[in-house]
Design a protein around this ligand. Structure first.
Ligand SMILES: N[C@@H](CCC(=O)N[C@@H](CS)C(=O)NCC(=O)O)C(=O)O
Length: 218
């Protein structure tokens, strides 16, 4: 497994960076191939991801091409996490980790994404009810994680090990101060805030946040 994986990405959205975090955590060789926004829905990129979005990967070590960040993360764990650094093998922990990844993919990603769309990109501007809907969903979901961490007394979503599911949340969570302006979440959801701080402090996450800042600065 010595050839570099190609990660198809573009600088601004959080989803490709979720995959970069797993690549960094597992010290997997990779190169980033930037796909311009106007090219994601066209050939040749749609031959890699029929849904026309980044991320996608190509792994020359196995011949696998994959799309959807959650599926890519599970592939990287199954193929490269031989010491189970970021995953459990025992049941139910193994599947509870999958549950939280699904919460990220079906809840956090889409709702945070819609909040961002209606605040920053939608052409019409009289959008109070749409913005309220999605910012309330952000607060609800953050509250779910806060309560879960409080109830279990654990450091992470599944027990006391940081898994790929915890890591999948961190890029979107970085946007909370911008998406829900004026929300003192450090005080209102302290278990969530401490969990987020633990994840952000990891060297792999720091590296990816620095790479993203660099990629978006020009
Ligand atoms: N569910 C997908 C979402 C991917 C996604 O929305 N990617 C954004 C960038 S963060 C994108 O490609 N946007 C361009 C577009 O939709 O045209 C995943 O997690 O991989």
């Amino acid at each position: 497994m010595t050839k570099s994986i190609i990660l198809y990405s573009h600088p601004s959205g959080p989803n490709p960076w979720k995959v970069a975090i797993i690549l960094e955590e597992l010290a997997i060789l990779y190169e980033t191939s930037w796909v311009a926004k106007e090219d994601v829905k066209k050939e040749p990129f749609v031959l890699k991801n029929p849904n026309g979005r980044v991320p996608a990967i190509e792994d020359p070590n196995t011949g696998v091409t994959l799309f959807e960040s959650g599926a890519i993360i599970q592939y990287l764990i199954d193929t490269y996490d031989k010491t189970n650094k970021l995953a459990y093998t025992n049941i139910p922990e193994k599947y509870l980790t999958v549950s939280w990844l699904h919460v990220q993919m079906s809840g956090q990603g889409p709702y945070f994404g819609q909040a961002a769309w209606f605040q920053w990109s939608h052409p019409e501007k009289d959008l109070t009810s749409a913005i309220d809907r999605y910012t309330n969903e952000i607060k609800r979901l953050v509250g779910v994680i806060d309560r879960h961490l409080k109830d279990t007394g654990a450091q992470y979503l599944v027990g006391n090990k940081c898994t790929y599911a915890d890591l999948a949340f961190v890029m979107w969570d970085q946007l909370i101060p911008q998406l829900v302006s004026g929300w003192d979440f450090k005080t209102e959801v302290p278990y969530f805030a401490a969990w987020n701080d633990r994840i952000v402090a990891r060297p792999a996450v720091q590296k990816v946040l620095a790479d993203k800042a660099k990629a978006t600065s020009h």
